[in-house]
Design a binder for this molecule. Structure first.
Ligand SMILES: NC(=O)c1ccc[n+]([C@@H]2O[C@H](COP(=O)([O-])OP(=O)(O)OC[C@H]3O[C@@H](n4cnc5c(N)ncnc54)[C@H](OP(=O)(O)O)[C@@H]3O)[C@@H](O)[C@H]2O)c1
Length: 299
């Protein structure tokens, strides 16, 4: 109770609160460091508490004034995401920045705790569910920002709206691209839904970044990963687009866009397919067992 009061007073005192999923390495860790250095209160939303606590400790040891906290979440479990959101809203009265960054590339078929194909589950359905649950906290902030970390792989994706939309026996590039297209469609849809509320929603393409996401056990990834790494930017460079979207004053009110560094990227046809988007949203609410908003149910 006392802890809750202290945290709420800190929020009231004015530090912006940022939640970053997948902040335990790669792009997420670099975004956490940079936002903490810019005096945000950073919540590292990670599945490995010890590893994240160690990293947070290192950051604070390097600069005592940084405000970094770790809250555990497994993005491959709806139950874990729900528990995270309950804990977060119990400790903080508002959320200024939500960086949906955690992501996977799976070179073999895996399933989430809820039976979804892992890439779809972690990259899209998990963040979809978390964002919906955190909407009240986002709406409590004066001008909150949701940022979905996506990929241009989305431009080559096919989303099959059949019974196996989230559970197909798929993986690899196909599943990765489909999950990233789903994230973009979600970005556009939520931006539209939240127009005029003060909450903006944008997508960040970080570029091709040298991180462990491409490390796999398959022969293909063992060959492809080193090639991709050679032509990639660093994680710190890759973090720049997300940071720009999270913190740049010039983006106030800008919503529904896709950025690469400070430039807007044009969406392709699939991203702008309204029917596909609405159907995907309906299926997503059903999949995570949340009621559909009026904007979807009304003709
Ligand atoms: N690298 C690129 O070239 C590139 C390009 C375009 C878009 N992106 C996107 O950028 C984002 C970050 O990727 P990255 O390259 O920085 O990858 P990364 O270094 O592999 O980091 C992925 C992060 O996601 C976390 N994560 C994975 N599964 C999780 C789960 N079930 N629950 C909670 N956290 C989980 C990892 O946590 P652990 O440390 O616990 O494993 C890690 O912190 C992803 O969404 C990716 O799709 C990357």
């Amino acid at each position: 109770m006392l802890l809750k009061k202290v945290h709420q007073e800190v929020d009231v005192l004015g530090k912006k609160v940022a939640v970053i999923t997948g902040a335990s390495r790669g792009i997420g860790l670099e975004m956490a460091k940079e936002l903490a250095a810019r005096e945000y209160k950073v919540i590292m939303a990670c599945r490995d508490k010890e590893k994240a606590a160690c990293l947070a400790g290192e950051m604070i040891n390097n600069q005592r004034t940084l405000d970094v906290e770790v809250l555990t979440v497994n993005m491959a479990s709806l139950q874990s995401i729900k528990a995270f959101c309950v804990k977060f809203t119990g400790m903080h009265n508002r959320l200024d920045v939500l960086l949906n960054n955690a992501g996977v590339f799976c070179d073999r078929l895996q399933r989430t705790e809820d039976g979804f194909e892992m890439t779809m589950g972690v990259n899209y359905l998990g963040p979809f569910f978390m964002t919906r649950l955190l909407l009240p906290a986002l709406q409590n902030a004066p001008a909150a920002r949701v940022i979905n970390v996506v990929s241009k792989a989305a431009f080559h994706a096919k989303l099959k709206l059949n019974d196996q939309l989230f559970t197909a026996d798929t993986h690899g590039f196909k599943a990765y691209a489909a999950s990233k297209l789903a994230q973009i469609l979600f970005t556009i849809d939520l931006a539209e839904e939240l127009k005029g509320t003060g909450v903006t929603v944008n997508a960040a393409y970080p570029g091709r970044v040298a991180t462990d996401i491409w490390k796999g056990s398959s022969l293909l990834m063992k060959v492809v990963a080193p090639v991709m790494m050679r032509n990639s930017i660093s994680a710190a460079e890759g973090a720049k687009t997300g940071i720009f979207l999270a913190a740049s004053p010039e983006l106030e009110g800008v919503s529904g866009k896709l950025y690469y560094f400070e430039d807007i990227l044009e969406y392709n046809q699939a991203c702008l397919d309204e029917q596909l988007r609405k159907k995907l949203m309906m299926r997503s609410f059903d999949a995570v067992n949340l009621p559909q908003p009026a904007s979807l149910t009304q003709p």
